[in-house]
Design a protein around this ligand. Structure first.
Ligand SMILES: [Zn+2]
Length: 137
């Protein structure tokens, strides 16, 4: 994620947030659409993205990718930051990173499954009510 000032020109409503990166040891800027935190199944929710290593001491680290997980609350405040460096910059899906991604995705899928089950229950209740109403009339 580069600190692009032009982004707010294109999207003037974007909400600018900063976070302290445990890998780069720097403050990064990130922009969210204003409604980004709305209608999440739980808070804080996770936002996963990749940014390039900034302020790297060694040349080898310069272009490495940092897999970043932000924990964001309902007011778009960043409550937590987790970052993992991709050790091999030619292969973003190193073992460590893909393991981390899989576990994050598994968590997200499980949350979606719970949400799906809850919706299915609500649907069943509504369907029963509907059937009762149809019988009465
Ligand atoms: Zn960083």
């Amino acid at each position: 994620m580069t600190n692009s000032p032009s982004l707010t020109e294109i999207e003037p409503n974007m909400v600018k947030k900063i976070f302290q990166c445990p890998i780069c040891k720097r403050t990064h800027q990130i922009y969210f659409p204003p409604e980004f935190a709305k209608n999440r199944s739980k808070y804080p929710f996770t936002y996963i993205f990749i940014h390039s290593f900034q302020n790297a001491d060694s040349i080898e680290d310069k272009d490495k990718d940092v897999l970043t997980t932000l924990y964001i609350d309902a007011h778009l405040n960043i409550r937590g930051v987790e970052a993992i460096i991709a050790e091999d910059d030619t292969n973003i899906l190193s073992k460590e990173v893909s393991k981390a991604m899989v576990s994050k995705l598994t968590k997200v899928i499980m949350e979606m499954q719970i949400e799906h089950d809850q919706l299915a229950e609500k649907y069943a209740v509504l369907r029963d009510k509907y059937n009762e109403l149809v019988k009465k009339n």
